[in-house]
Unconditional design. Structure first.
Length: 556
């Protein structure tokens, strides 16, 4: 099956689908599925904008509301994870995943699903050390602190993904696994993004939990976004059955940027529909008691404890889930409108109030699986309303100076997520701008055009494929790369796209710096971030968790 992969969507659904349509026509192919690696921005109405962590001047409706209201229908099955610029109030209605509109599926905080036999795992959000051990405590109306903490990865969701035993074909994360740049064209990346160098030196560029999952799950493919550049790599594993992971990060949806690519992956079924994963459902059931909605630190169980710490599903647990679902794991198409829809010509922002909703999809899913909806606990079944005007007085310009011209400007609290500031050229999209789909590593300096362009010629690298738009099946290799590296790849598929550096590759791969397991005493808390929410208080480390969290000292 042919799968389109998008970096950061930033609400530009119309442009993304138009690009896919053009690719299909020009290359005589059919895209079966679209995967979006975060910053989806499922804004239903102006009230949702107040829950999105962007400065007021960047709050725009974009085009999702048309798909939510039914004015438009997504032309291809679309699956996405959350990033750090989302309508968090809407996504919090679907902690275990669900349809945000017809034919567009959100994966929740973490999830594993199957589409045509392709197994896809996803982890939403970005890593922030101070929130990693907390529970999912946030609920609308968010203050400026919780508006950010809500999209930070939590240890429970990572712990659950680590229980997986069956092979995973694709993993999605918004930020990159730490150290993955060691397996691609690192020098080219630094020429394009020189401000990454300092974080690379300390191995802080990316997400430590994502790296742990990469090493544990060893998926065939890993797709990411967040850093607003295209980068590919092949990460080797000491495993004969799962020898390598092909990593690909993509840019944001803007003109002359490498934001979309297509991979061709063997499917096991001709039916392209989403199915629940029995192993994942078993893990959700058995770990439901670990769910926390507290803003205090919460540890996962470890070896040496009298309680259960290994939640890899047993045969009995999986059989129990199969009986619950009558061996039919097809995800029902049960989307329902919760918040009011937006009609621009008939409404204005003041017509909407911020309300909290219990989504029927989540209620049905939790009831069937006998698990807990975290939002329901936080809200305590409350449905209080808040007017948008209640928030206007707190809107401030949160911009700050930084070295990265690529990211939406936030405040100093988010500086360690990604260096951030946006350039005018990136934000001003003119109707005449052409969206260039990078096939072979083109630079973002292609000339203007009156139409969308598939760039096959304006590249300093050799075109290694025919006109078929099959992208990054193996990773990416330059024509100057040593033959030794090519032979080390376990795949014989065609090679193309962003180049690996011209430096010599040796038989022994570069080692990623190893982090210890995350624990509270390893987390450096910045006390000057101006959070309104209190920092989780340090508590005595419990001996029963020692084996789980023990490790060597940090390598810096």
């Amino acid at each position: 099956m042919k799968i389109a992969v998008e970096g950061c969507a930033h609400g530009e659904l119309d442009k993304i689908y138009e690009t896919i349509e053009l690719l299909e026509k020009k290359n005589n192919i059919k895209i079966d599925m679209l995967l979006i690696c975060g910053d989806f921005q499922s804004v239903r109405n102006p009230a949702d904008l107040e829950c999105m962590a962007v400065p007021p001047k960047y709050r725009t409706m974009n085009s999702f509301y048309k798909y939510y209201s039914g004015e438009k229908v997504a032309p291809v099955l679309t699956i996405f994870i959350g990033g750090n610029h989302e309508a968090s109030n809407y996504l919090s209605e679907l902690p275990y995943g669900g349809w945000v509109c017809p034919n567009i599926f959100y994966m929740g905080y973490a999830n594993v699903i199957n589409v045509a036999g392709v197994r896809i795992a996803g982890l939403s959000g970005i890593y922030k050390a101070r929130d990693y051990l907390r529970g999912h405590f946030e609920s609308p109306p968010y203050n400026e602190s919780s508006k950010k903490s809500i999209y930070h990865v939590r240890n429970l969701d990572v712990f659950r993904l680590k229980q997986l035993q069956n092979p995973v074909d694709i993993c999605l994360s918004h930020d990159w696994p730490t150290g993955v740049y060691n397996y691609g064209n690192k020098e080219e990346l630094l020429r394009w993004k020189p401000f990454f160098r300092e974080e690379m030196k300390t191995n802080k560029l990316g997400s430590q939990p994502a790296e742990e999952l990469l090493r544990k799950l060893k998926p065939s493919y890993w797709f990411s976004a967040h850093l607003h550049c295209k980068f590919s790599a092949i990460v080797p594993h000491d495993d004969q059955l799962r020898p390598e992971t092909k990593f690909l990060a993509l840019d944001k949806c803007l003109p002359r940027r490498s934001f979309l690519q297509v991979v061709d992956i063997e499917s096991k079924s001709d039916t392209v529909q989403i199915e629940y994963d029995a192993e994942w459902l078993s893990i959700l059931r058995s770990t439901d008691h670990l769910l926390s909605v507290s803003n205090k630190a919460s540890y996962m169980p470890g070896q040496g404890s009298e309680e259960r710490w290994d939640f890899r599903p047993t045969d009995e647990e999986i059989q129990y889930v199969r009986k619950l679902f009558n061996n039919d794991f097809t995800v029902p198409e049960n989307f329902s409108v919760t918040a009011p829809t937006y009609i621009p010509e008939h409404q204005c922002s003041s017509d909407f109030v911020l309300k909290t909703y219990n989504n029927p999809q989540t209620e049905i899913f939790c009831k069937n699986l006998s698990i807990t909806d975290p939002l329901s606990i936080v809200l305590n079944k409350s449905r209080d309303s808040f007017s948008i005007s209640d928030f206007c007085a707190t809107d401030t310009d949160m911009s700050y100076q930084s070295t990265n011209p690529e990211e939406i400007s936030m405040d100093e609290e988010e500086e360690d997520d990604i260096p951030s500031e946006v350039s005018k050229a990136d934000m001003d999209i003119e109707p005449s701008d052409d969206f260039i789909i990078d096939k072979v590593g083109s630079r973002p300096d292609s000339p203007n055009s009156d139409d969308f362009v598939i760039d096959k010629t304006r590249s300093q690298f050799e075109i290694l494929e025919t006109d078929d738009f099959f992208i990054d099946k193996v990773g990416s290799l330059n024509n100057d790369v040593s033959s030794d590296f090519i032979r080390n790849s376990t795949s014989s598929q065609n090679l193309c796209s962003t180049p690996i550096s011209k430096t010599e590759y040796h038989s022994k791969p570069v080692e990623i710096i190893a982090f210890p397991e995350i624990r509270e005493e390893n987390i450096c808390i910045d006390n000057n971030v101006g959070d309104e929410e209190p920092t989780p208080s340090l508590k005595k480390f419990k001996r029963r968790n020692y084996d789980l969290y023990k490790s060597e000292d940090n390598i810096m």
